[in-house]
Design a protein around this ligand. Structure first.
Ligand code: ATP
Length: 213
């Protein structure tokens, strides 16, 4: 069987259990050979992360230190230009060759806005999309044309993710975590506890750096 590799992009400001636990469950559920976490550089016209690129990178490293499933790729963080998933997965495909199955992981909230992403329709030429559940978001797209696009690519068969190099969307039955980085930043700024929301070494680092206060 071809090894299915997955890329997981996001701001990770900070990385939390809502990022890690659904993806760990997913890896067991469908068999992933590895997950590459790629924190993105945020374009200048968008609200900037509260933590610096270096701090976001450090937090990912702390979060995955004892989790061999995950690796970190910091190439977007180190870049000055905005990161577009369409370009990232095109470059990744060129590196990996045409046959290897590749997937990009997103949460359900991101699937709902996916058709507004830059050159979104080219992303499936280069990889599959694997969607993790997130509470509070519907399973259908707001616009009929986006639902048609989703239906055209959706598969209930995880096997297809391994058998084909790209082109399918799989919504996985992963556990739900009602956690967001926004919630964590708010709780810290109000002096509230976050112990059950993110790995202890990441929380220690946040406190030590005085982040999000
Ligand atoms: P923020 O609250 O700052 O917007 P976030 O917690 O949504 O951040 P991001 O770094 O923006 O995290 O998200 C990266 C990816 O992780 C996205 O695809 C997002 O859908 C997914 N994700 C984040 N939190 C969860 C969660 N609780 N369950 C499932 N997926 C999640």
């Amino acid at each position: 069987m071809n090894h299915l590799q997955a890329l997981y992009g996001g701001t990770f400001d900070p990385i939390h259990y809502g990022h890690l636990k659904p993806v760990e469950a997913l890896a067991n559920l469908i068999g992933l050979s590895g997950v590459i976490i790629m924190p993105n550089n945020v374009p200048p016209h968008r609200p900037q992360p509260k933590a610096s690129s270096q701090q976001r990178k450090q937090m990912v490293e702390l979060a995955i230190a004892d989790k061999p499933l995950f690796t970190l790729d910091d190439r977007e963080l180190l870049r000055d230009s905005p990161s577009y998933t369409a370009q990232t997965v095109r470059a990744w495909r060129e590196e990996q060759g045409p046959q290897r199955p590749l997937a990009f992981i997103i949460g359900l909230d991101s699937l709902l806005t996916f058709p507004s992403w830059y050159q979104y329709d080219t992303i499936l030429d280069n990889c599959h999309l694997i969607v993790t559940r997130r509470p509070g978001y519907p399973l259908t797209m707001a616009r009929e044309q986006d639902q048609q696009w989703l239906d055209a690519h959706l598969t209930p068969h995880a096997d297809e993710l391994h058998a084909l190099p790209a082109g399918r969307i799989f919504i996985a039955e992963t556990p739900w975590f009602n956690i967001s980085a926004t919630l964590i930043r708010e709780r810290i700024s109000h002096g509230e506890e976050c112990d059950d929301l993110l790995p202890p070494p990441v929380l220690d680092y946040i406190n030590q750096q005085g982040l999000y206060r």
